[in-house]
Write a protein of this length. Structure first.
Length: 112
């Protein structure tokens, strides 16, 4: 028999093509995973930017509050304080919604 060695044990099958196919599938899966996790890095960057903006606005509000030495100045500072606070706070839900949407899209291929 040509497929048996001298001890009568059959020769192992050639699994090269199976190995190559599985290696390719693993590499493709790793690439998809890297792309998906890149979205999380983007989200982290967006959150860091938003945090810096919020901190900046809080500092502006504190400066205005510190400058208001009389009740009249305190009353006059309310509209600018609210305008400053509302500017970045309005970005929070948009940033969150964007991040959630991008993460869901990035990880959708893994739901199979």
């Amino acid at each position: 028999m040509a497929d048996e060695n001298e001890d009568g044990i059959p020769a192992p099958p050639d699994l090269t093509s199976l190995f190559q196919k599985q290696t390719q599938q693993i590499n493709e899966a790793c690439q998809k995973a890297s792309q998906a996790f890149a979205v999380i890095k983007t989200r982290d960057s967006d959150v860091a930017s938003l945090t810096r903006s919020l901190n900046s606005e809080v500092n502006k509000v504190f400066m205005m509050a510190k400058a208001a030495k009389t009740p009249q100045l305190a009353m006059a500072s309310i509209p600018p304080v609210l305008a400053i606070a509302n500017t970045t706070f309005a970005k929070v839900p948009v940033t969150d919604q964007k991040a959630v949407s991008e993460i869901q899209q990035a990880f959708a291929p893994f739901d199979d």
